[in-house]
Design a protein around this ligand. Structure first.
Ligand code: SAH
Ligand code: SF4
Ligand code: F3S
Length: 474
């Protein structure tokens, strides 16, 4: 049981502080996370807030006194998964009426108190900016009451809270740098569930990353819905953009994190094509420990679609960004997100997406069928008129092409030697390790000598599939 825990205090400008956990209250918290990495990072903030109240986390839902689902609303399917999971807790609640069931995150924010009706099972509904209120809300549920807090904030970044690591491999970790999103892409629910964009104090980010390094972590991924719009100035908390006060932008922040230690690898997600400047690429080129990999979601390869999506760039602009990446970072690989069958998408517009994929040749992609989300601009303004069958067929064509490109990238790696950070034992064999190279390719190789997770090794690639590289330590 941890009695002492490190937190970071913003007023102390990022110096690490020690604070004492309240005595163990004998209660156990179980958290399940869905959706994007930001949600997984938030669950660690929640665990930290409740750790200070004396709760311990458990990986076994059956022994929990509190069950939290940290939820995602990005597509309808994501919400269905959570609803199904909620019904599964019904039995447990029957046998243990004191069990507190909470819905956190984006579904909580979207559906608010309507969620309390869900199977009559949910006791607490808490939006992403209200986690500091959790101890009070839990208190409120004493005696069978329901508790809700879905207030969004313009300032909350949880910057001073040192997350309690859940499901850790002890090697790689996420670090949040911004919350919310101001972009209003027409298909996207995030601005409604996460609120306005705000940046976290860079000193607390550096302090958290340094603390992770000292605990043995060797890779941090800086997280935001649009990392390129990271912007902080000391008086405004990044909310009011006062040009007379010196600011920290994303390129400068990344440089600060890269300087912590050459053995701490830096990744980041997600970059936005409209905002990703050459300054970011130049900092990447300057530091060996910033990985040669950029996740740059394009969504569509058609200008009319991009305009309807309100993405703020054209295909030509996107290709210009790809050219800049190849020019400044010749070894870098680029991955993307693509949506198939957005409102009004014609066959020709779908072909334009395939054409762009052929030109860019992404190393990896997340690919989705468009799913209409309540309240979004697209829901209000455009008809979701591409039928399911066509959406499915277009998605499959995108997936097939992407598989081909991923395999090509991997085949090109055969014969080369890469510096790989060992992450964990391979899922398929306990004789093998898995890790990643700088370009974010998954590499599988036999264990050798005393090398262990957290070590860097040189791996010569001897074979591949579309999903991973196979090699041996040299
Ligand atoms: N902030 C990131 C993406 C966050 S959501 C960015 O701007 O790129 C992750 C991905 O989910 C998006 O890139 C998009 O491809 C997909 N997505 C978002 N809303 C969607 C919807 N309504 N239907 C299908 N896919 C969606
Ligand atoms: Fe959604 Fe667009 Fe913001 Fe990404 S940038 S989270 S897609 S609104
Ligand atoms: Fe989902 Fe919310 Fe992330 S909607 S993708 S969990 S910001």
């Amino acid at each position: 049981m941890s009695v002492v825990e490190k937190t970071i205090d913003e007023s102390k400008q990022g110096e690490a502080l020690l604070s004492v956990q309240k005595e163990d209250n004998g209660k156990k918290l179980y958290i399940e996370s869905y959706g994007c990495a930001m949600n997984f990072a938030d669950s660690e903030v929640v665990a930290s807030i409740l750790d200070k109240e004396g709760y311990n986390t458990t990986r076994n839902a059956e022994e929990a006194d509190i069950v939290f689902l940290n939820t995602c609303s990005i597509r309808e399917k994501a919400e269905q998964t959570v609803r199904k999971r909620l019904t599964e807790f019904k039995k447990q609640k029957k046998s243990n009426p004191n069990l507190v069931v909470g819905v956190l995150g984006c579904m909580a924010e979207r559906l608010k108190k309507d969620l309390l009706e869900e199977e009559k099972l949910v006791d607490i509904v808490v939006g992403p900016d209200a986690y500091r209120d959790l101890p009070n809300l839990i208190q409120e549920t004493n005696g069978g009451n329901k508790a809700v807090n879905v207030l969004l904030s313009r300032e909350e970044t949880y910057g001073d809270i040192a997350p309690v690591k859940l499901d850790q491999n002890g090697v790689t970790s996420f670090v949040s740098i911004t919350r919310g999103c101001d972009n209003m892409c027409s298909f996207c629910v995030v601005p409604f569930t996460r609120g306005r964009e705000r940046s976290r104090n860079p000193l607390t980010i550096v302090a958290e990353a340094r603390d992770l390094f000292e605990k043995g972590y060797r890779e941090v991924t800086l997280l935001g819905q649009n990392v390129d719009s990271y912007r902080w100035n000391m008086t405004s908390k990044g909310v009011i953009k006062d040009e007379t006060i010196p600011t920290t932008n994303f390129a400068q922040l990344m440089e600060m994190v890269a300087q912590i230690h050459p053995d701490l690898r830096i990744r980041f997600s997600t970059s936005h094509p409209k905002d990703m400047g050459d300054d970011v690429l130049e900092v990447m080129a300057k530091y060996e420990n910033i990985c040669d990999y950029i996740h740059l979601p394009v969504q569509s390869g058609d200008n009319e679609m991009l305009k309807k999506m309100n993405r703020g760039y054209t295909v030509e602009w996107f290709k210009n960004r790809i050219d800049a990446i190849h020019r400044i970072l010749p070894n870098a690989l680029v991955s993307t997100d693509i949506i198939a069958g957005f409102c009004g998408e014609t066959e020709e517009q779908h072909q334009n997406t395939l054409k762009l994929m052929e030109e860019v040749r992404f190393s990896f992609a997340y690919m989705y069928k468009y799913s209409e989300r309540p309240k979004t601009l697209a829901e209000r303004k455009y008809e979701d008129d591409v039928d399911e069958k066509t959406k499915g067929r277009r998605l499959q064509e995108i997936i097939d092409l992407q598989m081909q490109h991923a395999h090509e990238h991997n085949k090109r790696a055969v014969g080369k030697t890469y510096k790989v950070l060992i992450e964990k034992e391979s899922k398929k064999s306990k004789d093998d390790y898995s890790g990643r190279n700088s370009q974010n390719a998954m590499v599988i190789f036999p264990k050798k000598g005393d090398k262990k997770p957290g070590d860097y090794v040189n791996v010569k690639i001897t074979g591949c599939t579309a999903a991973s590289l196979i090699g041996e330590i040299v």
